[in-house]
Design a protein around this ligand. Structure first.
Ligand SMILES: *Cc1c(COP(=O)(O)O)cnc(C)c1O
Length: 455
């Protein structure tokens, strides 16, 4: 059995897969916060170009990838699928573990899969500047790269905790031509309001989104781009799962278990949705499981309710599993998983019982990340170590039971710019921050009772 299962460029899928076409029930629509009515295209037009708004609500099963986007994808796609023989051997497991490696992209993660088409459609619409937020810096780096491809400006608000702890991401964003501000910043009303209350705020993705949205909403020549959560983002990421389906077919395997880490849900949805289609078709029956950090457990401990996507309340209301839009998670190393909400599509399939979810402490995740690095030779980003920890648990359970499960995960990014996190883990260890259900429930209830028009 090979280590590496590759596709030729000519085998790369040329359409994204839209799960909306195959869901047994449609997900609840986004609502306009002022009226409480479903948000229409005109409500989103201040932030997004029309083709992306159309993709957001589309029920077409396949959406063709534009030729210019395919051309840029070919810089790193198709990405390799690996069989983790050496990790399996170290664990002594009869399970077969496969990982789809997205760290080969220009930013070192899956995020350019959506950054490139988002920049493309905006450029076509005559937009020359995009604003965005970033946590660990993966999304900001990806959008800066994509904007450079189309000769556009890119302005990025980075969560303060990550801005301070991950200086190399900032250098990379600037190298790609991005302009970065630590968030909260003095440049926006949303940022100034937070700083007035808490001058030392570590920031959060919700705050950074508020800042980037505020700037884009005020300037007709500027749009906003979101790196996760929304339907069109998950759509673009399905290239991961479509390739993985072809690659597993080449070696005659079907997965029994798919695990992925979830921040806003895009790498997980991108890997899992094509397999969920096959499951709904009856051609395979994998268990599909999201893994989130104990410090930010939106699926496992949040409520399923309408909430804002950002902290200041500037976005449409999204029906999702949420910890409340003013929840500020502890500054764990997996910055990309520190988001208060969850993709409405992931939330919906979870609510429908089509996927499972678990939360894991970061110490267990780092242990799995280090074991993976030492066996497979790739230092994973802290985010996908959550999925690896779950794969390791399952593989060890297989060792007990003798089951030969096929486990598939997305190694959605490498950790070359997250080495200080590994250093902290190896020298002092890391803290685990779980949250008592009762404390969380009170905070979520408090955040959601202030929502306009909604019970
Ligand atoms: C952004 C990011 C995540 C979290 O976002 P999702 O939308 O849940 O995928 C996870 N891993 C990496 C490497 C990231 O860059």
């Amino acid at each position: 059995m090979p280590h590496k299962i590759l596709l030729d460029e000519s085998e790369m899928p040329t359409a994204w897969y839209n799960i909306m076409a195959d869901l047994p029930t449609p997900p609840p629509p986004p609502l306009h916060p002022g009226t409480g009515q479903p948000a229409g295209p005109e409500d989103l037009a201040a932030l997004f170009p029309m083709p992306l708004i159309e993709q957001e609500v589309s029920t077409e099963r396949w959406i063709d990838i534009p030729g210019e986007v395919l051309d840029i994808y070919r810089l790193w796609r198709p990405s390799p699928l690996y069989r983790a023989h050496r990790l399996e051997k170290a664990l002594g497991t009869p399970a077969r573990i496969y990982y789809k490696y997205e760290g080969v992209s220009p930013a070192g993660s899956h995020k350019p899969n959506t950054a490139v088409p988002q920049a493309f459609y905006n450029k076509q619409a005559g937009i020359n500047r995009l604003t965005t937020e970033t946590g660990a810096g993966q999304w900001g780096t990806s959008l800066a790269f994509a904007c450079a491809q189309f000769d556009m400006e890119c302005e990025i608000w980075q969560v303060r905790a990550s801005y301070d702890s991950k200086p190399y991401r900032g250098m990379m964003m600037r190298t790609f031509g991005g302009v970065i501000h630590p968030s909260p910043s003095e440049l926006t009303q949303a940022g100034r309001d937070i700083l007035a209350r808490d001058p030392d705020s570590p920031g959060s993705l919700g705050i950074a989104i508020s800042e980037a949205v505020e700037v884009a909403a005020q300037d007709p020549a500027t749009n906003y781009a979101l790196g996760s959560v929304l339907n069109h983002v998950l759509l673009h990421q399905t290239i991961i799962g479509e390739e993985a389906l072809l690659q597993l077919a080449k070696v005659g395997e079907t997965p029994d278990l798919i695990v992925g880490c979830t921040g806003g849900g895009s790498n997980f949805g991108g890997l899992a949705f094509p397999f969920l289609r096959e499951k709904l078709n009856g051609t395979m029956s994998p268990t599909i499981r999201a893994v989130e950090p104990e410090a930010c457990p939106s699926l496992t401990q949040g409520v399923y309710a309408y909430d804002f996507g950002d902290t200041a309340g500037l976005t449409p209301l999204l029906k999702m599993h949420t910890l409340g839009h003013d929840f500020i998670p502890d500054p764990i190393h997996a910055g990309g998983l520190r988001y208060h909400g969850m993709s409405p599509l992931i939330s919906h399939v979870y609510e429908e019982g089509l996927i499972e979810a678990v939360a894991r402490p970061q110490s267990e995740c780092f242990a799995a990340g280090v074991q993976f690095a030492r066996t497979e030779g790739i230092v994973p980003a802290p985010e996908p170590t959550h999925a690896l920890a779950e794969a390791v648990r399952e593989a060890l359970a297989c060792k007990e039971s003798g089951e030969e499960k096929v486990i598939l995960t997305a190694l959605c990014g490498h950790g070359h710019l997250d080495l200080p996190a590994y250093d902290a883990y190896l020298t002092e260890g890391v803290n685990d921050h779980s949250i008592a259900d009762a404390d969380l429930r009170a905070a979520v209830d408090e955040a959601l009772t202030h929502l306009p028009h909604l019970a």
